[in-house]
Write a protein that binds this ligand. Structure first.
Ligand SMILES: *[C@@H]1O[C@H](CO)[C@@H](O)[C@H](O)[C@H]1NC(C)=O
Ligand SMILES: *[C@@H]1O[C@H](CO)[C@@H](O)[C@H](O)[C@H]1NC(C)=O
Ligand SMILES: *[C@@H]1O[C@H](CO)[C@@H](O)[C@H](O)[C@H]1NC(C)=O
Ligand SMILES: *[C@@H]1O[C@H](CO)[C@@H](O)[C@H](O)[C@H]1NC(C)=O
Ligand SMILES: *[C@@H]1O[C@H](CO)[C@@H](O)[C@H](O)[C@H]1NC(C)=O
Ligand SMILES: *[C@@H]1O[C@H](CO)[C@@H](O)[C@H](O)[C@H]1NC(C)=O
Ligand SMILES: *[C@@H]1O[C@H](CO)[C@@H](O)[C@H](O)[C@H]1NC(C)=O
Ligand SMILES: *[C@@H]1O[C@H](CO)[C@@H](O)[C@H](O)[C@H]1NC(C)=O
Ligand SMILES: *[C@@H]1O[C@H](CO)[C@@H](O)[C@H](O)[C@H]1NC(C)=O
Ligand SMILES: *[C@@H]1O[C@H](CO)[C@@H](O)[C@H](O)[C@H]1NC(C)=O
Length: 397
């Protein structure tokens, strides 16, 4: 059946009545025009090259057919997905108050600059907000903590500054929080511990100071905790051992001091533990041997003393063990020979007895490191180090 123009209008009207049987069609259409107009207004403020990328955004086309939009059955806009659109300009003229049904807003990987418009905090149904990989700046607006529906918040790879608003701790369903690669300062808010649905917390590569809040142990859903490359002081809270779902823990390249709490041994599901590049002192706790799913154990470049605990021989999944640049003493425990998956062992620049135990000799260790090899110049890049070649290895024996 071919629909000519008058029929088409009639068809639309019938479709609206069918899809929206209880609501007032006229009111719904007026609301939807308001939504479309809000987007057209924003489009008109963008630099010309960006406008031409939004060619389908045209008042003479049903807005539900515009590229990057999704509508609900009543033609109200619920998703705005303009990721990878090459859009520059700002969000200042986009009045989110006029798009009240939005549940998804994605502007990932564009070149937007300027601030987050305050009106975004009026979106009471918003579950996904992804503004990552842009040139956005200014503060993270504290009222964002009133958007209770949020589950996914990604502001990473921008130039946001100021502190992390404490209000973020009141988002009951927040599951993913990525604020990494900005210039955020101040301390991590205590209230973050209330986020007991949170699975991934990435705050790395900012300028955060203060200490790790003791409440961190309350975030029992956490699987990934990445706080590396900040200026975080103080000690590692023992409560961290309560994070039973944790698989990745990166606290490297900060100013953490004090000793490594024995409770880390409770993190039996952990696959990666990076504490390198801090000022941690005291001994390596015996309990580390309980972490039998750990692949990477990197404590290099700290001020650790005492002996390497023989319990390390129980960390049977271990593939990388970096203990170099500490003040460890005594022998390398023979139990290291039990680590059948070990690929890289680096213990140089310590005060260890100069001998590799016979249990390790003949073991397949492609990149075994010399215990006496001198320090590594680039502090935060342990992977780019000199390797211990086969010929050096034979000389060593
Ligand atoms: C909208 O589409 C119509 C018909 O395709 C076209 O004539 C008009 O120039 C377009 N308007 C804009 C602003 O692109
Ligand atoms: C959003 O857009 C990007 C690219 O434009 C696409 O890869 C992605 O699948 C879209 N996501 C959704 C939920 O539509
Ligand atoms: C970013 O968007 C551009 C333009 O669409 C695309 O070419 C590029 O692959 C995207 N980058 C990423 C990391 O998705
Ligand atoms: C956005 O729209 C709301 C609702 O119409 C209005 O009250 C408000 O003044 C608008 N804000 C801006 C910045 O235009
Ligand atoms: C949080 O999620 C639950 C379960 O999906 C839902 O019932 C509840 O309404 C959500 N809370 C908010 C404030 O959106
Ligand atoms: C959260 O952590 C604090 C400090 O560790 C503790 O006092 C409090 O009881 C915890 N709250 C919950 C709900 O576990
Ligand atoms: C850790 O550093 C703080 C200063 O940031 C200092 O007050 C504290 O005494 C240090 N603790 C240890 C155990 O070195
Ligand atoms: C955590 O570790 C500590 C010290 O290693 C231990 O006393 C405690 O029982 C452990 N807690 C849990 C819940 O396993
Ligand atoms: C290694 O684990 C076994 C069994 O879990 C335990 O009996 C033993 O004490 C552990 N050895 C060390 C050195 O931690
Ligand atoms: C290194 O170890 C030896 C013997 O174990 C000890 O006498 C010496 O003081 C230690 N040196 C340092 C710098 O810790």
């Amino acid at each position: 059946m071919v629909l000519r123009k008058p029929h088409y209008f009639f068809f639309l009207l019938i479709r609206m009545l069918l899809l929206n049987p209880t609501g007032s069609t006229a009111a719904a259409m007026a609301d939807n025009n308001m939504e479309a107009d809000a987007l057209l207004h924003w489009k008109s403020t963008l630099p010309q090259p960006s406008q031409s990328l939004l060619v389908s955004w045209n008042a003479s086309i049903n807005h539900c057919l515009w590229l990057g939009l999704n509508c609900d059955p009543s033609s109200s806009i619920i998703a705005l997905n303009l990721s990878n659109f090459l859009i520059s300009g700002t969000l200042h003229s986009l009045n989110f108050s006029l798009l009240p049904n939005l549940d998804t807003v994605k502007f990932r990987n564009n070149t937007l600059h300027g601030n987050i418009p305050p009106s975004i905090t009026s979106l009471s149904k918003l579950t996904v907000l992804d503004l990552s990989n842009n040139l956005l700046s200014g503060n993270i607006p504290p009222p964002l903590g009133r958007v209770m529906s949020l589950r996914f918040l990604d502001l990473s790879y921008n130039s946001f500054s100021g502190s992390i608003p404490g209000s973020i701790g009141s988002l009951p369903n927040l599951t993913f929080l990525y604020l990494n690669k900005n210039v955020l300062s101040g301390s991590i808010p205590e209230g973050i511990g209330n986020l007991n649905s949170l699975q991934e917390l990435f705050l790395h590569s900012n300028s955060l100071t203060g200490s790790i809040p003791g409440t961190i142990g309350n975030m029992t859903s956490l699987a990934k905790l990445w706080l590396q490359q900040n200026q975080i002081h103080g000690s590692i809270p023992p409560g961290i051992g309560k994070l039973g779902s944790l698989r990745e823990l990166d606290l490297s390249a900060n100013y953490l001091n004090g000793s490594i709490p024995g409770t880390v041994g409770n993190l039996t599901g952990l696959n990666f533990l990076y504490f390198y590049g801090n000022q941690l002192s005291g001994t390596i706790p015996w309990e580390v041997g309980n972490m039998q799913n750990l692949y990477h154990f990197e404590l290099l470049n700290n001020e650790l003393t005492g002996q390497i605990p023989s319990s390390i021989g129980n960390m049977t999944a271990l593939s990388v063990l970096y203990l170099f640049e500490n003040h460890l003493s005594g022998p390398i425990p023979a139990e290291i020979g039990n680590l059948k998956s070990l690929q890289e062992l680096a213990v140089y620049t310590n005060n260890l007895t100069r001998s590799i135990p016979s249990t390790v000799v003949g073991h397949h260790l492609p990149e075994l490191m010399d215990t006496l090899r001198q320090s590594w110049p680039t502090r935060w890049k342990p992977r780019k180090r000199a390797t211990f070649t086969a010929s050096e290895w034979s000389r060593w024996k």
